[in-house]
Design a protein around this ligand. Structure first.
Ligand code: HEM
Length: 534
């Protein structure tokens, strides 16, 4: 076989990889062997048994049998696109991150939008949070801003993540519902978790049924840090603002669209980009210091809180343009591995306990999902700047140290060395305290911002929230859970609580809920829980 045709394949968002093909049109096995017949298995006689000797059949079926990788444990359904980020002006005063040093600098990016709860094959217009994950291939390594289209989250501590996700995913005995929050387990968990109330107001609002990815905001959620060349830190919240503005569909539209075109959001992004209507967002920041943070009556480390834009306006610092669809969905959108831990020098974490937990979870889950420690060798995950590690071997290693040296320091004068100047220096925040499992007092107010969000909505939007709560809770079979939810709503807005209670047919308003998570004793005895057959 002579290699007489070199075809270029792109599968990685920019860089070209060469694959040899043995002739323009001869099908081969994965080993490169030319195939004579791809229609019939090898067998004894035309009607006889198949032969195990048929390596072409075995290889083809073996590969097909292994096509699936585990879907993401959350955010399984997603759609991605390539583009660039353009920095408006130097932010050197706040951060030494290279990506923010020069006005007009363009950095390649890959973005994946997603729903959270549904499986990979679920429909696009579920009432759900949307993921908004951005990978910037900066000159100092990848920066992953793994955000959502809602600026807060359900829980304050990462240790609760498996619980909230188990509760929203299909119930284990019946495996439904597949892609919506309307069920007992979800509302049971929520009603027992007062810290989720602010998020619930957003999720019941029109924000959770966006018209398209192009009309969504994005948020980094947590408080992060910018750190400048003098190692001074400024707290930062990240916001993506869509140039097209914010638009949602109404619930009855969402239900119809899901039936008529479950791929509505995918198709929208594909068509927009293919027709040259490149969607655009501005990256905006809220910058503040500890002194300013101390003036708030909530904690900036609490991921269930926003910093209202009226108190601290957002400033645009750059723009994101999505202008190219992946060549291959699996290679890029499926295999892309976002990790909150991916930050370049000059961007750092705060002590937000949700963020701290995420920094463990993403690396761990990629190892499982992408089948080993070498997932950074996949073109979509590899940095686009020069890089050099002494990591080696493992399953599917595409990059191994060349030559003798695979450690440092070494006496051969070979290979890169660490650099205290250029390298990532963790911000040296002062920390002290005893080792405890304790939620700070400053995280205790679960209702003020939920109320603030509700009253900031226009009357039609408030009606939508009431209708969404009524629809969702009417699917809940257990009356105790319904009532418990209404008891939280009273703490948010009494008119809202009364409307929902009436529509659910509750005879009277329950007592307002306690702001603390109920203990086992609080929940027992609860006769109604046992009499309702689940
Ligand atoms: C996936 C956002 C909280 C664990 C994702 C994705 C997004 C996201 C956007 C999809 C990434 C993609 O498109 O590939 C968020 C936000 C959170 C949050 C904004 C809270 C502010 C958490 C927490 C944990 C967690 C607390 C665990 C402790 C995961 C895991 C995945 C994931 C395991 C799957 C990753 C993969 O397989 O690629 N998250 N998440 N997330 N998240 Fe989160």
């Amino acid at each position: 076989v002579t290699v007489h045709d070199q075809k270029l394949h792109r599968g990685d968002g920019g860089e070209l990889h060469q694959f040899a093909e043995n002739g323009a049109d001869v099908l081969t096995t994965a080993q490169g062997g030319p195939v004579a017949d791809d229609q019939n298995m090898l067998r004894i006689g035309a009607r006889g048994p198949a032969l195990i000797e048929d390596f072409h059949f075995r290889e083809k079926i073996f590969h097909f049998d292994h096509e699936r990788i585990p879907e993401r444990v959350v955010h399984a359904r997603g759609y991605g696109a390539h583009g660039f980020f353009e920095t408006y002006e130097s932010l050197a005063a706040y951060t030494r991150a290279d990506v923010f040093q020069r006005a007009g600098e363009k950095t390649p990016v890959f973005v994946r939008f997603s729903t959270v709860a549904g499986s990979k094959g679920s429909f696009d217009l579920a009432r759900d949070v949307r993921g908004f994950a951005v990978k910037m291939y900066t000159r100092e390594g990848n920066w992953d801003l793994v955000g959502n289209n809602i600026p807060i989250f359900f829980i304050q501590d990462a240790i609760k993540f498996p619980d909230i996700i188990h509760s929203v995913k299909p119930e284990p005995d019946r495996a439904f519902p597949q892609a919506q929050s309307a069920h007992d387990n979800f509302w049971d968990f929520i009603s027992l978790t007062p810290e989720s109330m602010h998020m619930i107001m957003w999720v019941m609002s029109d924000r959770a049924i966006p018209r398209s990815f192009r009309f969504m905001e994005g948020f980094g959620v947590h408080t992060f840090r910018f750190v400048n060349a003098k190692d001074q830190s400024t707290f930062v919240k990240f916001h993506w603002k869509p140039k097209l503005g914010l638009q949602s569909v109404a619930w009855n539209e969402a239900v119809k669209i899901n039936g008529a075109d479950p791929d509505f959001h995918r198709r929208d992004l594909w068509q927009a980009i293919q027709s040259g209507n490149f969607p655009e967002w501005e990256l905006c920041v809220q910058l503040f210091d500890q002194e300013f943070a101390d003036t708030f009556d909530f904690d900036v480390l609490d991921p269930t809180k926003i910093i209202p834009e009226e108190i601290l306006p957002v400033q645009p610092i750059g723009r994101l343009v999505l202008d190219r669809m992946p060549d291959n969905f699996f290679a890029e959108t499926e295999q892309v591995a976002f990790m909150t831990q991916n930050v370049p020098p000059g961007i750092d974490f705060s002590d937000d306990p949700l963020l701290q937990g995420r920094n463990f979870s993403y690396l761990d889950t990629q190892l499982k999902r992408l089948g080993g420690p070498n997932f950074t060798h996949l073109p979509i995950n590899a940095p686009k700047c020069p890089f050099h590690t002494f990591q080696q071997d493992g399953h599917m290693a595409m990059r191994n140290p060349i030559g003798r040296v695979n450690y440092q320091p070494n006496s051969w004068g070979e290979g890169p060395r660490e650099s205290p100047q250029k390298g990532f220096r963790h911000f040296a925040s002062e920390e002290q305290g005893s080792k405890v499992r304790l939620r700070p007092e400053s995280f205790a107010d679960h209702y003020s911002q939920a109320r603030q969000f509700y009253i900031s909505q226009t009357p039609p939007e408030q009606r939508h929230i009431a209708m969404a709560l009524t629809f969702e809770l009417s699917k809940v079979e257990n009356p105790v859970i319904r009532e418990r939810m209404v008891s939280h709503l009273i703490n948010i807005d009494e008119t809202l609580a009364t409307t929902v209670a009436e529509k659910l047919g509750l005879r009277s308003l329950p007592k307002p809920a306690e702001a603390a998570i109920p203990t086992r004793q609080d929940l027992e005895p609860s006769p109604a829980l046992s009499i309702v057959k689940r």
